[in-house]
Design a protein around this ligand. Structure first.
Ligand code: HAM
Length: 430
């Protein structure tokens, strides 16, 4: 006999999505897909594994993601590969590789797993899932507003609008960032004794990243740092003001947060985060911004770009904290009262599924007493039970018993049943 394995557990920070959770996932994914398509965005699916260089180059050597969090390995040919920590770099790579940016605009969406070796805690996992939007070829503030409005619509559809808040900043142009950077380095050098080890290291190479530090002890220093907004040139300022005006015009409330720099290096101009108080320390549910240089620095022609990504697990935490729940719908459960009924029932069930589009019908399998089958019917959440026994077969009919209201059982024809099931399915869709 083979040796029994000790119990294998999932990898730390990587979660199973169990059947009871699936309806949340289906709800979020289907609402997001429908919304993205309603704004003309098209789906893109990229591989989960890419060349490590893609991410180090796009996200930045001195970011937490690249320095500490990537799952990197060499494959059998010695090629250095990484599990994707985010989706933007892959969209840029795919767009360049397939010529999607040549004299074309692109509006793309995606959903999928991402991997970061962070310390797991509530709302922070090593495998997590993002829904994302990326738009290419648009340089104006109109597209910035569009994607923020799209995200606002998602909160609306999920009844979350009053629970999330938008933070906005502009990181200007490269020249403006360089000028700001100098001032920031001066400021931090004047306060060098207050910097932690990470910030010391970043002071020369990537001082903006210090503003993104989560170290509580440094928050006061960060709050008092020079504000980026004082270094924006007239074009950057005008773009930022246009965006604010479009958002206000559409009733989007926001706070300007001059310390918002984001954890990835590719951003410039508009950056934003949607935050929620229900999430504890991991309060950002969705975030993004402009990355107008990224396509060019990856070998494509200059292509303005903007996007965002949201965390599905964090969204579910918010929905749960608000007591929202979703269930997979079962319209009918077929109780089979004899061997003969099982034989006939399987055939009738197929006829019903064929005749009623959208019908969710569970057939009792594995036998069992009338009572135990009814218990299963009740547990399934079905609206009605259908009962097939020898009496029903003898009369070419079927019995129907509503499970969620106090109405008696009725014996009806299959034609009549099809009508009733159609109206149950249509009622549920409304
Ligand atoms: P990000 O801010 O790194 O941006 O991630 C976006 C969202 O993914 C976060 O706001 C959060 O909801 C979720 N998330 C990130 N890390 C974790 C984690 N360890 N566990 C659970 N959820 C997490 C990006 O990834 C950019 N690619 C967004 C973007 C798209 N910018 C432009 N286009």
């Amino acid at each position: 006999m083979r040796k029994r394995l000790t119990k294998i557990q999932a990898v730390r920070g990587m979660n199973d999505i169990l059947p009871s959770d699936s309806p949340f996932w289906h709800k979020i994914e289907s609402v997001f897909q429908r919304l993205a398509e309603s704004y003309g965005y098209q789906e893109i699916r990229t591989p989960i594994v890419e060349s490590t260089t893609l991410f180090t180059h796009a996200i930045g050597e001195l970011t937490d993601i690249v320095e500490k969090e990537m799952y990197t390995f060499s494959d059998k040919n010695g090629e250095k590969l990484s599990l994707r920590p985010e989706g933007t770099a892959s969209c840029v790579r795919a767009g360049i590789q397939h010529g999607l940016f040549y004299n074309q605009i692109q509006r793309l969406w995606y959903v999928g797993p991402m991997f970061r070796h962070e310390r797991p805690q509530k709302g922070r996992y090593r495998q997590f899932h993002q829904f994302g939007i990326e738009a290419y070829g648009f340089s104006g503030a109109d597209i910035d507003a569009e994607i923020i409005l799209l995200s606002r619509r998602l909160w609306r559809e999920l009844n979350l609008e009053e629970h999330v808040h938008l933070q906005l900043n502009s990181l200007g142009t490269l020249a403006e960032r360089n000028q700001y950077r100098e001032k920031l380095v001066e400021y931090f050098k004047d306060n060098i004794s207050l910097l932690d080890e990470d910030s010391h290291r970043r002071l020369e190479n990537n001082p903006l990243r210090i503003l993104d530090s989560k170290n509580q002890a440094m928050q006061e220093l960060i709050q008092k740092a020079p504000s980026f907004l004082d270094y924006l040139g007239s074009e950057s300022l005008s773009h930022f003001q246009q965006l604010q005006s479009l958002l206000s015009d559409n009733g989007v409330k926001f706070t300007i947060n001059p310390r918002l720099v984001r954890g990835l290096d590719y951003y410039g101009s508009t950056v934003f985060e949607w935050v929620c108080d229900h999430l504890g320390a991991q309060s950002t549910v969705c975030a993004g911004g402009r990355y107008d240089q990224l396509v060019e620095t990856h070998g494509g022609k200059p292509t303005p770009a903007i996007g965002f990504a949201g965390g599905i697990e964090r969204l579910i935490l918010i929905l749960e904290s608000l007591g929202q729940s979703y269930q997979q719908t079962v319209h009918a459960y077929l109780v089979l009262n004899s061997d003969k009924a099982t034989q006939a029932g399987i055939k009738i069930a197929e006829t019903l599924r064929q005749a009623v589009p959208g019908l969710n019908l569970v057939t009792n399998c594995g036998g069992g007493s009338y009572k135990s089958q009814f218990k299963k019917a009740d547990k399934s959440g079905a609206t009605i039970a259908l009962i097939l026994g020898d009496t029903e077969i003898g009369q070419d009919k079927i019995s129907i018993k509503p499970l969620r209201e106090d109405t008696s059982q009725q014996l009806i024809t299959i034609e009549n049943l099809i009508e009733q099931l159609t109206s149950i399915v249509n009622e549920e869709k409304r």
